[in-house]
Design a protein around this ligand. Structure first.
Ligand code: ZN
Length: 312
């Protein structure tokens, strides 16, 4: 099923019948019910997946209407800073407290540049960071001087905010920069605890090996309550996870168990989000206590009994 068929069929109830909405909000599970491939595409290649959704809406008469996907699966939802580089380019949900709210500014989502040699306009999509200029002119193919052309650029509201990990005992809790566009601007205030779904990405023009990241927001949901696990409990999640692997592993030669079963067990017993458990598994593997296999199984690789204590 393509987006147009989805919006005409199973997702049609998310379209308002009258008026022109600022955006169309769709819970991710509804996309999954409509079409598994579309749902996967949204998670793994959100830039293209959501662009497709937006252009399908355009064809249906909803011009320039962003699709706001929310309610991602738990395995995709993290506290600030608990996701790794493997999440780059993908759609994730991040829960945290809004701590810094920038002014709403006009920002070129797509900037038009006029070639000073031949006058041809070249359009370059922008990320919200430094202005990206074309490498060369689409007309004369020279890398000439370019002039930014406001009238031909697509300019929308833009706001930069920061999200901080909640309930942290650290002096400097992790913070993630978040870019809000269009109707998402001016919807949060400092102190709000929110879950923001967005594309985890790196800013252009990096000048250090440690990459500057940000979350390009797709949707915002205000949380009823803060994230389930507080900062002091990171070590507890590692302990619960290790214990679960230990307990579920049968005493055979391989001494392993299904990773899925570990995640379900810790999630059921302690109410921990899947992303947190996956992060704990990664930590345990980094500490050479367990080893995860491509076949979805995990086994213990230490013969001693590790101790788990608070990090701070
Ligand atoms: Zn030119």
């Amino acid at each position: 099923m393509d987006w147009e068929a989805a919006f005409e069929g199973p997702l049609s109830r998310y379209l308002e019948s009258d008026g022109r909405p600022d955006s169309v909000r769709v819970p991710w599970p509804a996309i999954e019910d409509a079409d598994r491939d579309l749902a996967d595409l949204v998670l793994e290649d959100p830039d293209n997946g959501l662009k497709g959704a937006r252009s399908a809406l355009s064809s249906l008469g909803y011009i320039n209407t962003p699709v706001r996907v929310y309610e991602l699966p738990e395995r995709r939802t993290y506290r600030v800073g608990k996701y790794g580089s493997s999440a780059l380019g993908e759609l994730i949900g991040v829960t945290g407290e809004v701590v810094d709210v920038g002014m709403v500014k006009p920002c070129a989502r797509e900037a038009a540049f006029e070639c000073q040699l031949c006058g041809t306009l070249t359009r370059v999509p922008q990320s919200g960071g430094d202005l990206l200029e074309p490498g060369q002119c689409q007309g004369c193919e020279q890398s000439s001087a370019f002039r930014f052309h406001l009238g031909q650029s697509e300019v929308v509201d833009f706001q930069r905010i920061e999200l901080q990990r909640t309930d942290s005992s650290m002096d400097d809790p992790p913070v993630e920069v978040v870019f809000l566009w269009e109707d998402l601007c001016e919807t949060v205030s400092a102190g709000d605890v929110v879950t923001i779904v967005g594309t985890y990405d790196i800013l252009p023009d990096q000048d250090e090996a440690v990459l500057e990241t940000y979350l390009d927001a797709v949707s915002i949901n205000k949380s009823e309550q803060p994230a389930t696990v507080d900062e002091g409990a990171d070590w507890k999640v590692r302990k619960w996870t290790f214990d679960a692997v230990d307990r579920l592993s049968t005493a055979g030669s391989s001494y392993d168990t299904a990773t899925r079963e570990v995640i379900d067990t810790v999630s059921d017993e302690h109410g921990v989000a899947e992303g947190e458990i996956q992060a704990a598994l990664d930590d345990l593997e980094g500490g050479s206590l367990i080893s995860e296999h491509r076949d979805g199984r995990v086994h213990i690789t230490t013969s001693s009994t590790p101790t788990f204590e608070p990090d701070c």
